[in-house]
Design a protein around this ligand. Structure first.
Ligand code: BG6
Length: 492
């Protein structure tokens, strides 16, 4: 709970990974833990893998060695890997079997902190939490016993509430860390520094000066092997409910009174509460869904969504979602926020672009039509950085103008790579800092918004999703959301 200013240096800990044989463990958790070890952030620890497959300690270590080599290449320091692997062990059990938890309990060393990481399919969350409670491993109220929960956290407001209630039977809010990996990204954390660590932005960060804001998260990948999951989820649940609404919170929140976890999250939840619902008939005007058809992405022919494995032939699931949202607050009254996300689009890009109002009068009307609006764009990924677009005189005897830009690029300014989001988030849990994790009320408010939208779509089944070609910028219909505001989506 210490907040963003806390010095990171964890006490000795045990991390139990439920779902240790899965993809997330392989691609993110073990590589990030090794990276923290290699950089000297963690020294005394045990990592216990817990999963159904009948692996031994030795086999888990060898698998983990491969995960590390896959992530860091053959040249990784094998001696160091060997030392790291000595801290790993494995418990083979189903998530439902109480005996597995008794064996786990015996294996947990007497370290100051114990962390349970739920990196499993969501159906396993409740049995694991209940078994941790029954085995008295959760130690409700003891902030040294912590639980990390991956998304999806519920499927709608009711399931999210139910899950929250069950977890809160066994753990207190301070012990719970719900992951949204976007909050671990360096550039996402920089939104607060940019806004509140500089004097120039805040005075103009409101409806007097800002015309609209665009938040885009576009991907070139499709649903990969996740057909079953995606059919239940779609873009609204997969991305909008969590990553996009979190970005919206950071852009729109009021300055917190300090940087403690609760002060920051109090401000974020106020943004979510101020979101004007898109419900009933409003889904027809404030939302556009899309679904990719076959096309070419990065020079490669790819299938349409309905041809993907484990996807229904006539699936109505959206792989693209665009929304126009309003925040009913003093600061933001009347300013539209346009949010969009999609799979199989032409570019991989996450950015927040703030478009300012034009000058009130065109003094240069003899030479130029109304000047372009100023734009401040925060690039979250790739090409992390910031760009400000403004108008400048073209050299010569007339007063012609054109837009030029000022650029800040993380790479060239700091010359070092940002840590992987999971490194930051894991280290925060180890040190007990929950600032970058979503609280019960944040989860419930964001689900409330998405659930009303889904209910509206159920009542208006004739609304999309509109097909769009893989490799394009999404369905053309999404332009309608902006045209009433005399604006256009930024180019991908
Ligand atoms: C995950 C979604 O939360 O974020 C995926 O489930 C998506 O569908 C991924 O591909 C994108 O994350 P990033 O960090 O690559 O932008």
């Amino acid at each position: 709970m210490q907040g963003l200013e806390f010095q990171k240096s964890p006490a000795p800990f045990t991390l139990v990974i439920f779902g240790a044989t899965g993809d997330l463990t392989k691609k993110k958790l073990i590589p990030s833990l090794f990276a923290l070890f290699r950089k000297g952030h963690i020294a005394t620890f045990s990592i216990i893998g817990f999963a159904r497959r009948s692996w031994t300690d030795e086999f888990f270590r060898e698998e983990a060695r491969k995960m590390i080599t896959d992530a860091f290449g053959e040249a990784v320091e094998q001696n160091l890997v060997g030392v790291f692997l000595k801290n790993l062990s494995y418990v083979s059990s189903t998530f439902e079997d109480p005996d597995g938890y008794s064996r786990l309990k015996k294996q947990i060393p007497l370290h100051a902190v114990t962390i349970f990481y739920l990196s499993t399919p969501p159906e396993a969350y409740i049995p694991i939490v209940e078994n941790l409670g029954t085995a008295n491993l959760s130690q409700k109220g003891n902030s040294a016993s912590r639980i990390i929960i991956e998304k999806p956290f519920g499927n709608d407001l009711n399931t999210a509430r139910n899950l929250n209630n069950i977890i809160l039977d066994h753990f207190t809010e301070q012990q719970i860390y719900r992951i949204d990996h976007y909050l671990g990204k360096e550039t996402v954390q920089n939104i607060m520094v940019m806004r509140f660590g500089n004097g120039v932005y805040e005075p103009i960060w409101n409806n007097r000066y800002i015309h609209h804001v665009q938040i885009t998260m576009s991907e070139t990948i499709g649903i990969e092997t996740r057909g079953n999951y995606y059919e239940q989820s779609g873009a609204l649940r997969d991305i909008v409910q969590n990553h996009l609404l979190q970005l919206l919170c950071l852009v729109a929140m009021e300055p917190p009174s300090d940087l403690s976890a609760d002060a920051v999250r109090n401000e974020k939840v106020k943004v979510l509460r101020a979101l004007r619902p898109i419900e009933n008939e409003l889904v027809k005007t404030e939302y556009v869904g899309g679904q990719y058809s076959a096309g070419i992405v990065g020079g490669v022919s790819v299938n349409g969504y309905r041809e993907e494995n484990n996807v229904a032939e006539n699936s109505p699931v959206e792989t693209y979602a665009a929304l126009r949202v309003f925040l009913d607050t003093w600061r933001w009254a009347g300013v539209p926020f346009f949010l969009r996300t999609g799979k199989r689009l032409s570019q991989r890009l996450t950015e927040i672009s703030v478009q300012f109002k034009k000058p009130p009068l065109n003094l240069f009307h003899n030479w130029s039509s109304m000047p372009n609006a100023n734009q401040l764009t925060l690039r979250i990924q790739p090409d992390e950085g910031m760009r400000f677009v403004f108008n400048s005189k073209i050299p010569g005897f007339h007063t012609y103008m054109r837009p030029v830009h000022m650029n800040f690029a993380y790479g060239s300014s700091f010359g070092e790579e940002s840590p992987e989001a999971y490194e930051r988030l894991l280290l925060d849990v180890m040190t007990g800092d929950s600032t970058l994790f979503t609280r019960t009320d944040e989860i419930e408010e964001s689900w409330k918004f998405i659930t009303l939208l889904h209910d509206g779509l159920e009542q208006n089944r004739d609304v999309g999703p509109f097909p769009y070609r893989a490799g394009s910028a999404g369905p053309g219909e999404a332009h309608v959301l902006l045209s009433a505001y005399n604006a256009k989506w930024r180019k991908l």
